[in-house]
Design a protein around this ligand. Structure first.
Ligand code: KG4
Ligand code: ZN
Length: 358
């Protein structure tokens, strides 16, 4: 297994990549649909699948040509099969299956979240286990404990909105545009993060889970009470909006770091991984790095282009599976709500096992 072709189409990016020996990127092509969904302030599933269909051929061709290979050189194919939008996923899956069938190449289906975790393998030393991985994106906010390679136990997940979704909704609310994450990130640098005090949400039952809908409601209430925005198209953000963006971002980052710190202290991981679209956030990256330095745990975060959806991470996640001989057959289909968990949730022995290994 030398060259793996990865294909990703779970949401609004059509992506293909060729990677070499699991950790070297030969090509990484991403066709973003942002301009198509922008007028609607969010991803429109029907438009997304149609656009994937129109682009997938070109994207795969470009990935092959940038890698200076042909399909015959490819040793295996990895494709995202969930979670995501069903129509979007099916485009990538159908395409990958037909390639695998026509060329008689091995195929594996990849969980998108596992892909995000593997986005750190290109620029860092090998992951040391146990590892802790915080995956924060537009659709997910989950903290995984990985006792060993390809073993996942969810130790916290969001009970409502994902962190990225909260960024997008708040940006929409005050008229900042779409997607909200990068816009708020940039604006927050000029604002006062302590201008508005928002509480860090905690679970009444003492669990580590995240919740961002309460924060969203608190922002909404603040906006109404203070008659803020929404900004008109093209209007420069006011100081109030900039301070609100900084205060909101500070609260989201503080929430994520609070749980990451608690989990790292409890489980003593050998590597902490931060990935997913929101891992692009400059304040979050800096805060997670600082936390890990304090705890003296190696911290891995991908460079910005690898934080958002891409196919290099899917190919990387597929590499060990293909190497082991794992194969998907022609019945591979989309699983829109598949979970990433293969270690028993209630397995109390696991915690002991993890501590014992350290
Ligand atoms: O991983 P991703 O590309 O797609 C999903 O799997 O969801 O993540 C997209 C999400 C969007 O919600 C976007 O607003 C957020 O990542 N995002 C950011 C930043 N860049 C992208 N959020 C905060 N700060 C950023 N710099
Ligand atoms: Zn993603």
């Amino acid at each position: 297994m030398h060259l793996v072709l990865g294909i990703e189409s779970s949401c609004d990016e059509t992506a293909a990549a060729v990677i070499e020996d699991g950790t070297k990127i030969r090509s990484n092509v991403i066709s973003s649909q942002i301009t198509i969904h922008k007028p609607y302030g969010g991803v429109v599933p029907e438009l997304a699948s149609r656009e994937h269909l129109a682009k997938i051929d070109y994207v795969v061709e470009e990935a092959l040509s940038k890698a200076e290979v042909t399909l015959n050189h490819i040793d295996g194919i990895a494709v995202t099969y969930g979670p995501g939008l069903v129509g979007s996923l099916l485009v990538g899956i159908g395409y990958a299956k037909s390639l695998a069938y026509a060329l008689n190449k091995p195929l594996v289906g990849i969980n998108h979240l596992e892909g995000h975790i593997y986005s750190v393998v290109f620029e860092n030393p090998p992951i040391q286990y146990p590892a802790l991985a915080l995956v924060v994106s537009g659709g997910h906010t989950s903290l995984f404990l990985m006792p060993e390679e390809e073993k996942y136990k969810v130790i916290a997940r969001t009970r409502d909105d994902a962190a990225g979704e909260a960024f997008d909704k708040i940006a929409k609310l005050v008229g900042l545009g779409y997607p909200g994450g990068p816009i708020i990130d940039k604006l927050a640098k000029q604002g006062d993060p302590h201008a508005v005090k928002f509480a860090i949400p905690r679970m009444g039952d003492g669990r580590m889970d995240f919740s961002f809908s309460g924060l969203k409601t608190a922002v909404l209430r603040y906006v109404k009470q203070n008659n803020i925005g929404p900004l008109k198209p093209g209007e420069e953000p006011t100081k109030e909006v900039i301070d609100l963006a900084a205060s909101f971002q500070r609260t989201v980052v503080a929430t994520l770091i609070d749980r990451l710190g608690a989990a790292a202290t409890e489980h003593n991981p050998r590597t902490v991984i931060l990935s997913g679209g929101v891992a692009c956030n400059s304040e979050l990256r800096a805060a997670a790095k600082e936390l890990c330095e304090k705890l003296q745990i190696p911290f891995y975060v991908p460079r910005p282009i690898l934080t958002t959806d891409n196919a290099a991470m899917i190919a990387a996640a597929g590499y060990p599976k293909l190497l082991r001989g794992e194969r998907a057959n022609m019945s591979l289909s989309a699983d829109v709500s598949i979970k990433l968990q293969n270690v028993d949730v209630e397995d109390a022995a696991l915690a002991g096992h993890v501590r014992y290994r350290l």
